[in-house]
Ligand binder design. Structure first.
Ligand code: SF4
Length: 230
């Protein structure tokens, strides 16, 4: 492995993974690509916590553009907040599309910047479905020349170390996953209403992985689906 890009969702999920990589002699560049997060102030807060930690270790960070409207269009499709995906539970089809969106952007960045391997902190949380994250990573890297590293980052004591670092660092520890739908589930009726995407079309830059996200919904099959607990 020559150059490793670590897609990061937040500082709490990243601390133990970065520490483990450094201990193993791997120095990643940490890429924050999380247009799923609302409101933007929450996005900025999570980013600043991640940067604070990486700076303390001398680890380089890179930030994607923040475009929640694009995330909504690509993940929910033309129906926006009226899409059945908006009502999916965590670990459901909306999350699978969300992973494809974020890891797609990360793979694109990795390819452009000459990284040869990509992995993510997304599955370090027990609230996430490992198989969804892995499938999204494989799909995102396919055809890019970037290798997907689908390691289970919960094993080998990393889950315990994750919690210890959160306490040691006093990280801001969010109470919802990121999008307005997860926020509404967590905060309840007081949460902001979901935004409607302005335009239900793909931009010219929209490539295969984004279309795949938008086409994510064999929704009939999703009915009554049981999501495996990690
Ligand atoms: S709950 Fe989390 S993973 Fe699922 S769509 Fe929302 S932000 Fe993405």
């Amino acid at each position: 492995m020559k150059r490793l890009l670590l897609h990061s969702c937040c500082a709490p999920c990243s601390g133990a993974i970065i520490e483990c990589l450094l201990r193993d002699g791997l120095r990643p560049v940490v890429f924050f690509s999380n247009s799923n997060i609302v409101p933007e102030a929450e996005y900025r807060l999570r980013l600043s916590e991640l940067k604070r930690y990486c700076d303390s270790l001398g680890v380089e960070t890179a930030e994607d553009i923040y475009d929640h409207g694009d995330w909504l269009r690509c993940v929910l499709g033309p129906e926006g907040a009226r899409s059945p995906l908006a009502k999916e539970p965590e670990r459901g089809l909306r999350c699978a599309a969300c992973f494809r969106y974020r890891l797609g952007r990360a793979a694109e960045f990795a390819q452009k910047e000459g990284f040869d391997t990509l992995t993510t902190t997304l599955a370090s949380s027990r609230w996430k479905d490992l198989s969804q994250v892995d499938a999204a990573g494989e799909a995102a890297c396919s055809g890019t020349g970037v290798e997907w590293w689908g390691r289970n980052w919960r094993k080998g004591g990393l889950q315990e170390r994750r919690n210890a670092i959160i306490r040691e660092q006093g990280f801001y520890n969010q109470t919802f996953c990121g999008c307005e739908f997860s926020r509404r589930e967590s905060v309840g009726a007081g949460a902001a209403e979901p935004q409607q995407p302005g335009k239900a079309e793909h931009t010219p830059a929209c490539n295969a992985w984004r279309r795949q996200s938008c086409d994510a919904a064999p929704l009939a099959a999703a009915k009554n689906r049981q999501y495996e607990k990690a």
